[in-house]
Design a protein around this ligand. Structure first.
Ligand SMILES: *[C@@H]1O[C@H](CO)[C@@H](O)[C@H](O)[C@H]1NC(C)=O
Ligand SMILES: *[C@@H]1O[C@H](CO)[C@@H](O)[C@H](O)[C@H]1NC(C)=O
Ligand SMILES: *[C@@H]1O[C@H](CO)[C@@H](O)[C@H](O)[C@H]1NC(C)=O
Ligand SMILES: *[C@@H]1O[C@H](CO)[C@@H](O)[C@H](O)[C@H]1NC(C)=O
Ligand SMILES: *[C@@H]1O[C@H](CO)[C@@H](O)[C@H](O)[C@H]1NC(C)=O
Ligand SMILES: *[C@@H]1O[C@H](CO)[C@@H](O)[C@H](O)[C@H]1NC(C)=O
Ligand SMILES: *[C@@H]1O[C@H](CO)[C@@H](O)[C@H](O)[C@H]1NC(C)=O
Ligand SMILES: CC(=O)N[C@H]1CO[C@H](CO)[C@@H](O)[C@@H]1O
Length: 904
């Protein structure tokens, strides 16, 4: 997603774009995609509407679309242009103000409004009176399904309250393949199941509020550098083999489609050399056929680069509407799509399917009734402002109503931040800190690091949070929201301890003599974000800082540890860091990863530090001892090589399934802290495990069912008059309209009617709907049988401590049978559950579920999910982390054993 710029930047962008446009270079891949990776043609786009859960919405949508003119249809599938909000006042009576990061056109004659599409995945972006929730990575670190869902509900309420139709989240791609990748923190962790659960429950929570969720970015957007196509250089190509795509990167998208997600956003980059916004195999084949996606696909902002080609390849909505060089009033769609339908190049049924998908999603969320118009502007915080900021001359009017949508959502935000705090070390039980006499008089605390206190210029001082000053609560870029406030750690600590000395510096200062019982808390950070901004030399990805703490944080820890013998390190970070230079120092007694807590950074941490609650977060990624513990393809950011500086960067997923813990386990490399690791103030046991076979498995799932009916669309080209711009209509310069002049419409129609001038269709193109579809499809998310419960595992979790209450997480990992014909990672996460708060001695039975898909591999030959070795011994391991799995349940004997040697 693109970001909001100040007006001056906006004009600079315009000036630059005029200059750049002079060189209209066609992007060509200049470095070859490695042999074996192909972007196969897949045509046509399967019509939506055949899934039973959408059929009512499709029936209504088809009825509405059936009344639309050509220009109304192409209005809805494209944005009005970046920074283009309110439509011209003279066109209609419904005077909507649509000031979001993306605004579609409308068909007001039929009551279909402009849709407001708004960032971000962690809160309503660029406006006030909202909650700045913890980031995705923090949410994933809770390993708590009910909290993930509760955050989704609260997010949905806030988007709805501001009048945003479409929530541009959740992010499940990047998956976190590259620890240095800039946007991994927007998602839930470096594992497909953690991402799938995080994404699906967020979608459910958001969409139950009547807001369309957007699962993004499809697919392989694992680094920020060179992600975008521009007139001089194509975006990088993520070259991903079929099995890896299915078993890792597509997995969370399948779960999102299964959850009924209304929208998908395509990624900036290419896959196998073909840009995601026009990759027919990806959009038509995998997403709409195999995964049975019924909603609409939008382009990431300014990633759209063709007109006819993307329509045929399965793109349904062009965002924000402009060509790659924005603000010129030109579009690949809108009026051009109108032309392409009239001249016969884009089949009418493809356009009808596009627009019906959009309108069906609107009905599916119930937005046809009682959904108010937006009451905020993403462009300004002032009450009054320009109605079309991108126009040369724009009228002004009220643009912000300051509707407060926060309700009590700080409680769920704080709970997520608190339950995500992950304790990695606690030697000699330094934590929780004992405040001694009442009021904290007995504890003498020294706090170090600028991260403990909010940025003195305010938490929103840097636009798009593109700086790392003060408490780090979120990364930077479009995936942010404005803080209504930032409860910082130092404030929360001072509320509990009287004798606090705060050294607001990242360099070790002179300190007075230190007593043996004195405690030091050191705050360090690591930040990253979107490529549109460079922060302290990092181009979105952590290409400059690498995996070291920012601002010399590692040296600060070492210096403090040289003076104090009781040091607690608190880390606010987007992802893993290398901790080796200090983790084993005897005086570094405790380490807490607080991730990116959002607005509730203070109390959530203090509750853990001072023992109101036990820490219960677990790492959503592995922390390695060295960056080179991961393969080179994963550990580095891809850059152009040699003389081919302008060529397409090839990022080939040579490691296949082996990322994060999957790779470390394969190589037998011990992580410093394994995926899933997290300590508590108390201890838990896992006992009385049992396993139940629920569905009798066969090697492949039962054959998919037939598709339901889809709306019947005409294929005859509509009259040119449906595209005529109304006479006397006064346009706003650079606003994107779907009409053509009469002469343009007539001449395009003449081309289409003659049928002689053929569009150079891609190889493999056809417009005949396929009745069968891919073998692995059949429902939303794929063959419904894939989601049958195969096994249920129960385990009794008991708090065996005597002093502290706490919550435990049970993680279930599958180990495939030995000797099967497929190479599989030693263990792979498949489900997890968290207990309620268990008092000392308290116990709770948790149930973990494995579906047929969870015990399958993707077979590239049969193009289906295959259970390798039906009847053989799969081991379902259960434990508190990926490296402490001592309870194993066997699928052949249906017995479970405790006290086993962990598989890794
Ligand atoms: C990429 O290429 C591989 C190898 O040919 C193929 O299996 C896979 O399906 C391709 N992916 C896409 C999205 O085209
Ligand atoms: C919708 O699907 C349900 C369940 O398959 C079916 O009974 C119903 O007839 C369908 N309705 C339409 C309008 O297709
Ligand atoms: C397209 O949408 C814009 C913005 O709402 C509106 O002004 C215009 O009238 C619409 N065009 C058509 C053909 O309805
Ligand atoms: C936003 O506020 C405006 C003005 O008070 C109101 O008309 C509109 O219905 C509100 N929108 C929503 C979604 O509540
Ligand atoms: C139809 O119009 C589209 C959009 O301008 C253009 O790309 C395409 O080449 C045209 N087709 C023909 C056959 O002229
Ligand atoms: C803090 O502790 C130091 C050393 O024990 C002591 O000298 C000082 O008076 C204390 N300050 C407060 C405010 O209690
Ligand atoms: C938890 O168990 C470990 C290993 O048995 C033990 O060293 C530790 O003291 C226990 N911690 C608590 C809080 O009971
Ligand atoms: C509760 C809250 O944050 N209210 C704010 C809503 O927005 C207006 C305008 O920015 C502020 O003045 C309020 O403080």
């Amino acid at each position: 997603m693109a970001s909001q710029f100040s007006t001056s930047v906006l004009w600079l962008t315009l000036a630059l774009s005029v200059v750049c446009n002079a060189a209209t270079v066609q992007q060509q891949p200049r470095a070859a995609v490695p042999a074996g990776y192909v972007a196969a043609p897949y045509y046509p786009t399967p019509h939506g509407g055949w899934a039973a859960s959408w059929n009512q919405s499709y029936a209504k949508a088809a009825a509405l679309v059936g009344q639309m003119t050509l220009a109304e249809k192409t209005n809805i599938t494209g944005g009005s242009g970046i920074y283009m909000g309110k439509p011209p006042l003279n066109t209609h009576s419904m005077n909507l103000y649509v000031p979001c990061v993306g605004n579609t056109g409308s068909a007001l004659r039929l009551g279909f409004p402009q849709l407001c599409l708004q960032d971000s995945a962690l809160g309503v972006a660029s406006t006030d009176n909202v909650t700045a929730f913890p980031a995705g990575i923090t949410t994933g670190a809770t390993w708590d399904k009910s909290l993930i869902y509760a955050r989704g509900v609260a997010l949905g309420k806030e988007f709805r309250g501001k009048g945003a139709n479409v929530y541009l989240g959740p992010t499940v791609g990047p998956l976190g393949r590259k620890p240095l990748g800039g946007r991994g923190w927007e998602g839930f962790g470096h594992d497909p199941v953690l991402q799938a659960v995080g994404g699906a429950l967020t979608i459910k929570g958001v969409q139950e509020q009547g807001v369309i969720a957007t699962v993004k970015h499809l697919i392989g957007n694992e680094q920020e550098m060179y992600r975008m196509y521009n007139p001089l250089q194509p975006g990088y190509s993520s070259n991903i083999d079929d099995r890896t795509l299915h078993e890792l990167y597509l997995w969370p998208f399948a779960a999102g489609v299964r959850a009924g997600v209304g929208a998908v956003m395509s990624a900036y980059n290419a896959v196998n050399g073909s840009a995601c916004s026009q990759n027919s195999y990806l959009l038509n084949g995998l997403l709409k056929d195999e995964l049975g996606f019924q909603g609409f696909v939008m382009s990431d902002w300014l990633s759209h680069m063709s007109g006819v080609g993307s329509a045929l390849a399965g793109l349904d909505m062009d965002m924000p509407g402009d060509q790659q060089i924005p603000l010129l009033g030109t579009s690949y769609w809108k009026y051009e799509l109108t032309r392409a339908v009239l001249n016969g190049s884009v089949p009418v049924d493809r356009l009808d399917d596009m627009v019906t998908r959009v309108v069906a999603a609107w009905y599916q969320m119930g937005q046809d009734a009682g959904f108010g118009p937006p009451n905020f502007s993403a462009n300004t915080h002032d009450k009054d402002g320009l109605l079309y900021p991108a126009a040369l001359i724009s009228p002004s009017g009220q643009v912000n109503w300051y509707v407060n949508v926060q309700a009590d959502h700080y409680t769920v935000a704080r709970q997520v931040a608190q339950d995500a705090v992950t304790m990695l070390k606690n030697n000699g039980s330094l934590l929780p800190l004992q405040t001694g006499t009442s009021g904290g008089g007995g504890l003498k605390l020294s706090v170090f690091g600028t991260d403990a206190q909010v940025n003195p210029d305010g938490p929103n001082a840097c636009g798009n949070r593109a700086c790392n000053v003060g408490t780090l609560g979120m990364g930077w870029g479009s995936g942010v929201a404005d803080y209504p406030y930032l409860d910082d750690p130092i404030t929360a600590i001072r509320k509990r301890v009287t004798n606090v000395t705060y050294y607001n510096t990242d360099s070790f200062p002179n300190v007075p003599a230190v007593g043996v019982d004195d405690v030091a808390v050191v705050f360090i950070t690591s930040d990253s974000g979107e490529n549109s901004f460079t922060v302290e030399g990092n181009h979105g990805d952590r290409d400059a800082s690498k995996l070291a703490a920012w601002h010399g944080g590692d040296d600060l820890v070492k210096a403090v540890a040289g003076k104090y013998s009781n040091v607690v390190v608190v880390v606010h970070t987007v992802g893993p860091l290398i901790l080796e230079s200090w983790i084993d120092l005897p005086s570094v007694r405790a380490v807490l990863f607080a991730h990116l807590p959002g607005q509730e950074a203070g109390e959530s941490l203090a509750n853990v530090l001072f023992g109101d609650v036990s820490p219960s977060g677990h790492l959503p990624y592995s922390i390695t001892k060295s960056a080179t513990d991961l393969p080179d393809s994963v550990a580095t950011i891809r850059t152009p090589v040699g003389l081919d500086l302008l060529g397409q960067v090839q990022d080939t997923y040579t490691e296949g399934l082996y990322i994060d813990y999957r790779y470390l386990n394969k190589m037998g490399t011990k992580a410093r802290f394994a995926f899933g690791h997290g300590l508590s103030y108390t201890n838990f046991t896992f006992t009385n495990a049992s396993i139940k076979s629920v569905t009798q498995l066969t090697a492949t799932p039962p054959p998919r069912g037939q598709k339901g009916a889809t709306p019947a669309y005409s294929t005859s080209i509509p009259p040119a008059s449906e595209a005529y711009q109304p006479s006397g209509f006064s346009t706003v310069w650079r606003y994107l309209y779907s009409w053509l002049s009469k002469s343009d419409a007539d001449s395009a129609y003449a081309v289409g009617a003659a049928g002689t001038s053929k569009y150079p269709y891609p190889t493999g193109y056809t417009n005949t709907q396929q009745s069968s579809g891919m073998v692995a499809g059949g429902g939303e998310g794929g063959n419904p049988a894939l989601w049958d419960t195969a096994y249920e595992i129960s385990v009794q979790v008991t708090n065996t401590g005597t002093k502290y209450s706490g919550k435990a997480v049970a993680q279930a990992y599958v180990q495939f049978p030995a000797g099967i014909a497929y190479d599989t990672p030693v263990v792979q996460l498949r489900d997890f559950e968290k207990t309620d708060t268990l008092a000392p001695g308290g116990t709770q039975t948790l149930t973990l579920t494995l579906t047929r898909k969870d015990v399958s591999v993707w077979d590239t030959t049969v193009q289906n999910w295959v259970v390798p070795g039906v009847g053989e011994r799969f081991t379902i391991w259960v434990g508190e982390a990926s490296d402490t799995l001592t309870v194993g349940c066997y699928t052949d004997s249906l017995a479970c054993q405790a006290g086993l040697q962990p598989p890794v």
